[in-house]
Write a protein of this length. Structure first.
Length: 588
């Protein structure tokens, strides 16, 4: 647990405008700021930042909250990690509350975990050069199949995990490490029956090293077709998959110009061996925005080199999006005549590959190439289709200056008038806009009647009462002075709430108040990101009500009590009629 003081300090030291401004381009709108929502796709901004209140809210998708909520959602982190993320950013050392450890979580010394990983890496490396036939096969995979030199194997600290359930752990236990530590470091697993086993067996091993040079995790690959092909350490006390990149410890010294993003460890190693030491890879997962931002700290340009298959190309498009968002110049590498860069370098040599890199294309060029290779533009039918697809591609470009350049090029390639391409593109854009507007207004209508309310599914059962609940909660959330009146005066209780979510929020504020703990409400620690969004909405819709706040509060409470008693009466009257019915039966 992180202490309340720390959380308050983190929020105080985080300027929400600068924080969100790092992800979203914001424009001033009165005392607030507005921009395109990073959580849903939109072309007219409904995402608003309220610097006075240190919060944000999106009127399109309902995302909202404070700086912590934003990071939870944007970086896909859980609550404590989001706080730590912001603390690091603000230069605050996190003080975890020692008295209340998270259940099941044991404390491990980081330096001891690093030492354990180094010992494991040395062991795997030693095994690679042993006389065991499996190890010989592993070494021959590196040297003969992949063509790696002994120097490269040493440089990356590659290794081999023997085909045994306990050979590795026995060695580590003898070195003084415990099973608890081995399991926490993802080097051992534990069966349901409580038996320990080596996590990596009969696999070639890639140590993962952070930028400070610590061995933080391992990736293991099989040499045959058995599954899974890659096995990676899960997150451990010293390792977060989403925050590290393979070979960044080397690449960071060679990447002022550009970085090459590969799919797998072997691609990276082959590139480094061929002299392209600016290559990195994610750790068995798709790239995260956190990794994208890390890369932007080291370089200006990223060349994506993913497999040519469909999965690889889809992943590449996703990576383009995330990398462009953090301001990186992105291009996509195509290796003609080979399935991946490794094969290309082996076939045609490093110099040719250098040429391919400098020829790598922007997303637009890359997609245009795909269109042109799909059709024969000498045939009228094909030409029309290709032109239409190209125009659609241009319509997806945000900047109008860029669109003009592409329109010029397309008109030359297809030998058609520039003006007609331009008007086609404009038509596609305006059609897409109107479809989107229709969808948005449809959504707003649905939200208004409480349809598809995932966050508060009870809303639809009693929309009027739920609105009153939200009014009361909004006022209690923003104005602490109302809490005394409502809670001490017992004006309203949990039983006056019809919807479960709102009852829970009420309970939370009430408990915090009676615990004398409500100077800062820890909404994020108690509610899901979606619920935080709803809570922010309640605050925002009440924010302009300073003057008649008390009146609205008392009115809403009275309305709520009325709806509850109405519900009660309905129940009672049906009970009455049942009693009458029974009495009649008795009489006859
Ligand atoms: Zn949104």
């Amino acid at each position: 647990m992180i202490s309340k003081e720390t959380i308050e300090q983190v929020l105080m030291r985080t300027d929400i405008e600068t924080l969100i401004g790092g992800y979203v381009s914001l424009k001033r709108a009165g005392s607030n700021l507005r921009g395109l929502c990073p959580f849903h796709s939109e072309k007219s901004p409904s995402f608003t930042v309220y610097p006075a209140d240190n919060s944000f809210y999106c009127f399109g998708c309902g995302a909202g909250g404070d700086a912590i909520s934003f990071i939870r959602k944007r970086e896909n982190l859980d609550y404590p990690d989001a706080v730590e993320f912001l603390a690091q950013r603000a230069g605050i050392t996190i003080i975890r509350d020692e008295r209340t450890p998270v259940p099941g979580e044991k404390k491990f010394d980081r330096n001891r975990m690093f030492a354990m990983n180094v010992d494991a890496a040395k062991y795997f490396n030693k095994c690679l050069f042993s006389d065991n036939p499996d190890a010989k096969a592993a070494l021959s995979y590196f040297t003969d199949v992949r063509g790696l030199s002994t120097a490269t194997i040493k440089h990356f600290g590659l290794g081999f995990a023997p085909n045994s359930f306990d050979q590795f752990s026995k060695y580590m236990l003898a070195k003084g490490y415990s099973y608890d530590e081995l399991v926490a470091g993802f080097l051992c697993g534990r069966s349901e029956k409580g038996r320990y086993f080596d996590a990596f067996r009969n696999r070639i091993m890639f140590p993962i090293i952070d930028v400070s040079g610590n061995v933080i995790a391992f990736g293991g690959r099989v040499m045959d077709d058995s599954k899974p092909k890659y096995k990676n350490s899960s997150d451990t006390p010293v390792f977060k998959k989403s925050r590290n990149l393979f070979a960044l410890n080397f690449a960071r010294h060679h990447c002022t110009e550009s970085m090459i993003l590969c799919e797998g460890y072997m691609d990276v190693i082959a590139m480094h061996a061929a002299g392209f030491e600016n290559a990195v890879a994610t750790l068995g997962t798709a790239i995260t925005s956190e990794q994208a931002r890390m890369m932007s700290r080291y370089t200006k340009k990223v060349i994506i080199s993913y497999d040519a298959d469909e999965a690889g190309q889809k992943a590449a498009m996703r990576a383009v999006k995330l990398l462009t968002e953090v301001g990186l110049d992105v291009s996509i590498l195509r290796v003609p005549g080979a399935k991946d860069p490794d094969e290309y370098i082996k076939k045609f040599g490093a110099d040719k590959f250098r040429q391919v890199i400098s020829d790598s294309k922007s997303k637009f060029d890359y997609n245009l190439d795909n269109i042109l290779s799909k059709y024969d533009i000498n045939l009228a039918q094909d030409k029309i289709k290709a032109l239409h697809e190209s125009e659609k591609l241009i319509s997806e470009t945000y900047s109008s200056a860029e669109r003009d350049i592409y329109i010029q090029r397309i008109s030359q390639i297809f030998d058609v008038d520039k003006k007609s391409v331009k008007s086609d593109v404009e038509r596609i854009i305006s059609r897409a806009n109107s479809t989107r507007r229709k969808e948005e207004s449809q959504k707003i209508k649905q939200d208004a009647v409480g349809y598809s309310d995932r966050v508060n599914p009870d809303f639809i059962k009693a929309p009027a009462a739920a609105k009153n609940e939200e009014a009361v909660l909004g006022l209690l959330l923003i104005y602490p002075e109302h809490r005394k009146r409502v809670f001490d005066g017992g004006l309203i209780g949990e039983n006056d709430f019809i919807t479960e979510l709102n009852r829970r929020i009420f309970s939370y504020i009430k408990d915090a108040y009676f615990n004398g703990d409500d100077s800062h409400l820890d909404i994020d620690a108690h509610f899901s990101p979606d619920e935080c969004g709803r809570i922010t909405k309640m605050k925002i819709s009440r924010m302009n009500l300073t003057e008649n706040g008390t009146e609205v509060l008392l009115d809403s409470i009275a309305n709520l009590k009325r709806s509850v008693s109405k519900k009660q009466n309905e129940k009672n009257s049906s009970l009455d009629s049942l009693t009458r019915l029974l009495e009649q039966k008795r009489k006859t």
